[in-house]
Write a protein that binds this ligand. Structure first.
Ligand SMILES: NC(=O)c1ccc[n+]([C@@H]2O[C@H](COP(=O)([O-])OP(=O)(O)OC[C@H]3O[C@@H](n4cnc5c(N)ncnc54)[C@H](OP(=O)(O)O)[C@@H]3O)[C@@H](O)[C@H]2O)c1
Length: 340
């Protein structure tokens, strides 16, 4: 029996979302069809909807469907899928922001979505909300630190080595602090003064106000740092990390790119960390992420999930919720259940 599907479509570039009946896709070989029960509006989704973002992964044709991650139950299995069964409760990400042309099958702002079985993890007893809050931003933080900067895996790091996470107040930054701490490093974070207590609970040894005039001087006293990551990615943070790398130079990872003048001895590592698991060149990392690390994080409650609020109204709530995310009106993430 084919399940009914509805989607929040962008009818044309720059248009408002329209919730409408759409065809239910069927899984091809190696794919599954998932009934979507929780999605989180990521800043990237909001930028694609509201700011004309047309970088990598943005829709190339319309009507288009946004969203690249979610959590729900497996409904239908494609040929050759043997690691999942109908009814499994799962969390996943899709190729929607890697191959723009698949977004109507794999965009997650719909009731049912097609997912590559390689990028699915069972959530065990974890709530869909918890699972979906963790996957995308934790994957961003761990890909940046582990895959791209070369940090070790949990339990195999050295507390003598210091890590700086700039802009730790958001989801990506909070998870970066927790991952670096779990590896065994000493973590220094920058965050708002109102967030100091939480950052210390998450694992930061020192927390510096990123708006303080002497922030870079204080951070220099607390260094040097083996790993530097800006989870806010703004130009001021990139300039600060470049200054902290002087005089010997080095590299830092950033969640955002942008035109920033950096000294020649500084390398900025910027890519779509959140989509790392979808790239075939990272297949070994993807298998570790979905096959081992993420299930353990969910089952053993290894991280404190990002703050969130849940809005009612299902897919129809996505336009206003995206606007709130885009305007920075919410602290933490907004969760929507597309089945409502
Ligand atoms: N490259 C990638 O793969 C990738 C993946 C995911 C996200 N991103 C990007 O990373 C950024 C963060 O994403 P997120 O999901 O963590 O967002 P988020 O959870 O919405 O984080 C927002 C929080 O970050 C803090 N913040 C905002 N501006 C800041 C600044 N200039 N300096 C320091 N802290 C600042 C604020 O917390 P306080 O007010 O408490 O300080 C704010 O509440 C977004 O721009 C997103 O598009 C990139």
């Amino acid at each position: 029996m084919t399940v009914a599907n509805r989607a929040a479509l962008i009818p044309s570039k720059g248009g408002h979302l329209k919730v409408t009946d759409v065809e239910t896709s069927h899984p091809g070989p190696g794919e599954v069809l998932v009934m979507n029960h929780a999605i989180v509006i990521q800043p990237l989704d909001a930028k694609m909807l509201l700011a004309g973002y047309d970088g990598a992964g943005a829709p190339q044709s319309y009507p288009a469907l946004l969203g690249s991650s979610g959590a729900g139950t497996v409904e239908e299995l494609g040929e050759g899928v043997d690691n999942l069964a109908a009814g499994d409760r799962v969390v996943y990400d899709t190729r929607a922001y890697v191959k723009g042309d698949v977004n109507r099958r794999e965009g997650t702002w719909q009731k049912t979505v097609i997912v590559d079985a390689k990028t699915v993890a069972k959530v065990g007893d974890a709530a869909f909300e918890q699972a979906v809050l963790i996957n995308f931003p934790l994957q961003t933080a761990v890909a940046a630190l582990h895959l791209f900067l070369g940090m070790a895996t949990p339990g195999s790091g050295n507390s003598e080595e210091r890590v700086l996470v700039w802009g730790a107040g958001g989801a990506v930054g909070s998870y970066a602090v927790q991952y670096a701490k779990s590896v065994g490093h000493t973590v220094v974070a920058t965050a708002s003064p109102r967030d100091v207590e939480r950052q210390k609970r998450l694992g930061a040894t020192e927390v510096v106000d990123y708006k303080a005039a002497d922030a870079v001087d204080r951070l220099r006293q607390l260094g040097p740092y083996k790993y530097l990551f800006t989870a806010s990615g703004d130009a001021a943070s990139q300039a600060a990390l470049a200054a902290l790398l002087q005089p010997q130079g080095g590299k830092f990872a950033s969640v955002l790119g942008g035109q920033v003048d950096l000294p020649p001895n500084v390398e900025r590592v910027y890519t779509a960390f959140s989509q790392a698991a979808q790239k075939e060149e990272h297949s070994a990392w993807r298998d570790w992420w979905y096959g081992e690390y993420l299930p353990r994080v969910l089952q053993d409650g290894l991280v404190e999930p990002a703050r969130f609020s849940k809005v009612s109204g299902g897919l129809a709530a996505l336009q206003q919720a995206s606007t709130d995310v885009f305007k920075g009106k919410v602290r933490g993430k907004i969760i929507v259940n597309p089945q409502e």
